[in-house]
Design a protein. Structure first.
Length: 291
């Protein structure tokens, strides 16, 4: 039986509608959530991502500040900019668009962002909190996947979830969030010899590899829920995922399309984290007023 589509555009829109109300409330309290986005160099894909983020901020009424640098920027200059944004009360969230040029150490830069403004959820403190199941900013893509599963009422407790990919920004945190929902989690990656043997056991399969249409229907158990994080170009230069949608949709119970699945959720959760950060700030202000 063909699978049901998990529509990230619709689910994302519904979350954004809620965000609009939260932003209105913040505005009534004299607060306008603010996001600073730093773009280094002229990577074409990064430019598109950054412009989409700005457009979404504008739609929602979130103040956004774009800071661009040439590719020859030094790590010191970048960190100095981050420090001034850390101290800027108009900024609730700071995002450094990755990847960065080779002369800049990504981990030094991400660690320079104040954890309370780290709306991408990449600061080691926030990653640690996520591992411990504490309240924190969750990395936007895995957070978005969890929302897709929640809105689609996919039961995770006791299910076998397989995550293909173990990057810091997608695969690793993805497995942790699934584990927190009581799934039994298996990670597979490029060194896993028996990939298909494992994916065929998956009740929920999250694919975050970056290889167009790698996962075909012979990797899928009947009725599995398949989430495709991949964003690639096919032989006709059309956007496609890591999953061969046409064949897999005949076997899966639920599937995300590309585009229109995980992609819209990543930006939505960035907005959610930014609004959350402004709300945290408001809560703190109220607490100090009451002292
Ligand atoms: P990444 O850092 O390149 O990680 C890819 C992972 O896939 C690695 O863990 C790698 O294993 C594993 N891998 C590579 N080839 C494999 C194979 N043949 N079999 C099994 N595992 C394999 O990529 P990423 O940043 O996680 O992104 C993954 C994909 O998601 C990309 O297409 C990216 O564009 C997309 N993405 C989409 C969104 C969105 O909003 N939709 C957000 C972020 C990323 P090793 O660790 O062993 O090398």
């Amino acid at each position: 039986m063909p699978s049901a589509l998990i529509n990230g555009k619709e689910i994302g829109q519904s979350i954004r509608n809620d965000l609009t109300k939260r932003i209105e409330y913040l505005n009534e309290q004299g607060i306008s959530p603010g996001l600073a986005v730093i773009l280094v160099g002229d990577n074409a894909a990064s430019k598109v991502y950054v412009s989409n983020k700005q457009k979404t901020c504008e739609e929602l009424g979130i103040y956004s500040q774009l800071i661009t640098f040439d590719a020859n920027l030094s790590e010191h200059e970048l960190i100095t900019t981050i420090e001034s944004l850390n101290a800027d009360p108009a900024i609730d969230g700071i995002l450094v668009q990755l990847p960065l040029p080779k002369q800049i150490d990504e981990s030094n830069v991400l660690s320079a962002i104040l954890p309370s403004k780290d709306v991408d959820g990449f600061h080691p403190i926030n990653i640690g909190k996520m591992m411990l199941g504490q309240d924190t900013f969750l990395p936007c893509t895995p957070y978005g996947v969890m929302k897709l599963l929640e809105y689609s009422e996919v039961e995770l407790s006791g299910k076998h979830a397989v995550v293909i990919g173990r990057s810091h920004i997608v695969g690793k945190p993805m497995g942790q969030l699934l584990l927190q929902k009581d799934a039994t989690v298996t990670y597979v990656h490029s060194k896993t010899p028996n990939l298909k043997e494992i994916t065929l056991q998956a009740d929920v399969l999250v694919v975050a590899v970056g290889k167009a249409k790698l996962i075909t229907s012979d990797y899928i158990k009947d009725g599995a829920v398949v989430i495709d994080v991949g964003m690639n170009r096919d032989e006709n230069n059309r956007l496609c995922g890591d999953v061969d949608f046409e064949s897999v949709k005949e076997k899966a119970s639920y599937i995300t399309p590309v585009p229109g699945g995980v992609g819209p959720m990543t930006i939505t959760m960035l907005m959610e984290n930014t609004v959350q950060s402004a709300e945290n700030e408001l809560r703190q202000d109220k607490r100090s007023e009451n002292r």
